[in-house]
Design a binder for this molecule. Structure first.
Ligand code: PLP
Length: 391
């Protein structure tokens, strides 16, 4: 035990492993925000051009099809998803895939708030995906691409038919810029600024396929629509939203930061480079998990393991025999030891998820920092074990 609890010599240069807001890009300083057009109207020519720049660079980095629209919308990813649900659902039956906290929230929106009668919730426990074969092509489907709170991602979009009649509405906030999204299988894609590119929070991005636009222009929701959700006027899409004319006032400081993140994304090789950085982080953790006892992935199937929100369970025998409350307390203790040592901030599992750790491995995180962190996970586990055994 004396050896196991000796502190590792190396520390991550950047201990920011939170799953949102996520680490700023390497080398970021406040100076990156200096060009921000502060105190200016976002409707004026130059600030509007900056908003349009976020849209254009995002489309280019993500390889979004030319006939899609992309808008900057209020209330971060939640705003973008709820705009889509409130505006588009109700035209046909809907399937909701729910396998962790955020996807369950969207199921609650559809079933309890919108009260849609023809709604099926296809569920799975933390660590697994629901039975994707049940998704029906003649129904709408709502899902997250990456379950941020369980670290389980979709391996592909094969379960969605290219000839579908329903809309595929995808919350991709912890997947965009880190995973390949199958645009031909999707109709609505959302994300926020503060995830993979490490931007400042506040605004959401809402991407619409031509089929999604057709739904907006042909379907009138049965419920009232607040101004911040309204994307049509007189049955026609408000095109300005998708050119930088935001519905309400954005922060030009955050806009500047989003542009900085996108420029950085381009500098590391665009989407391919971003994915490679994130996959290298997952691979580093997978190598360590394979050789060290004590931790395992929460995602049971290796093909579904997230490269961004990397969720770990604790498999040490002393831990597995404890009750749920004691496990939660022990896992929290591990996270707080890591925090106290300044080697990992905010690395505890999400509040509704099984006890464990969650390490962000998105593109802004350096693999060398992940590698420096891993011996600390062994150390913290050994320290907590020694306390449990003594007690
Ligand atoms: C999958 C998913 N959906 C939605 C959200 C909520 O995002 P926001 O806080 O940007 O609205 C998060 C945040 O972590 C998420 O991971």
């Amino acid at each position: 035990m004396a050896n196991a609890t000796r502190k590792p010599g190396l520390r991550p240069a950047n201990p920011a492993f939170s799953s949102g807001p996520c680490a700023k890009r390497p080398g970021w300083t406040l100076a990156a925000l200096e060009p921000a057009l502060l105190g200016r109207s976002h409707r004026a020519k130059d600030p509007k051009a900056r908003l349009a720049e976020v849209i254009d660079r995002s489309k280019a980095v993500l390889g979004m099809p030319a006939d899609w629209r992309l808008g900057i919308v209020p209330a971060s990813d939640t705003g973008a998803v709820e705009m889509a649900l409130w505006s588009m659902l109700g035209a046909r039956g809907v399937d909701i895939l729910a396998w962790e906290s955020f996807s369950k929230e969207w199921a609650t929106d559809v079933v309890k708030q919108l009260k849609l009668k023809d709604a099926r919730v296809l569920e799975a426990p933390y660590g697994r995906l629901p039975d994707l074969a049940q998704v029906a092509a003649d129904r709408d489907v709502v899902f997250v691409w990456n379950g941020t709170t369980s670290g389980v991602r979709l391996p592909n979009a094969d379960f969605i038919s290219t000839g579908r009649e329903g809309l595929a509405i995808c919350d991709a906030t912890s997947a965009a810029f880190a995973m390949d999204l199958s645009w031909d299988k999707l109709d609505v894609v959302t994300w926020s600024w503060q995830k993979v590119l490490g931007g400042e929070a506040g605004h959401g991005m809402l991407a619409l396929s031509p089929r999604a636009v057709a739904r907006l222009e042909s379907h009138t929701p049965a419920w009232p629509m607040p101004k911040i959700f309204r994307m049509t006027k007189g049955g026609k899409l408000i095109e300005g939203i998708f050119k930088g004319e935001t519905i309400n006032t954005p922060s030009m400081l955050c806009v500047e930061d989003a542009i900085d993140g996108l420029r950085w994304a381009e500098s590391v090789g665009g989407l391919k480079g971003l994915i490679a950085r994130s996959e290298a982080n997952l691979a580093a953790i997978a190598r360590w998990v394979a050789t060290k006892p004590g931790y395992d992935f929460l995602a049971e199937d290796a093909a579904t393991r997230s490269c961004t929100s990397i969720c770990l369970t604790i498999t040490a025998p002393w831990f597995t025999v404890m009750g749920a409350d004691a496990q939660a307390a022990a896992a929290k203790k591990i996270a707080s030891l890591l925090e106290k040592e300044g080697v990992a901030l905010d690395a505890g599992a999400y509040r509704d998820a099984p006890a464990g750790l969650r390490i962000w491995g998105g593109a802004t995180v350096e693999t060398s920092d992940i590698e420096a962190l891993l011996p600390w996970l062994d150390w913290a586990l050994a320290v907590v074990e020694s306390e449990v055994v003594v007690a």
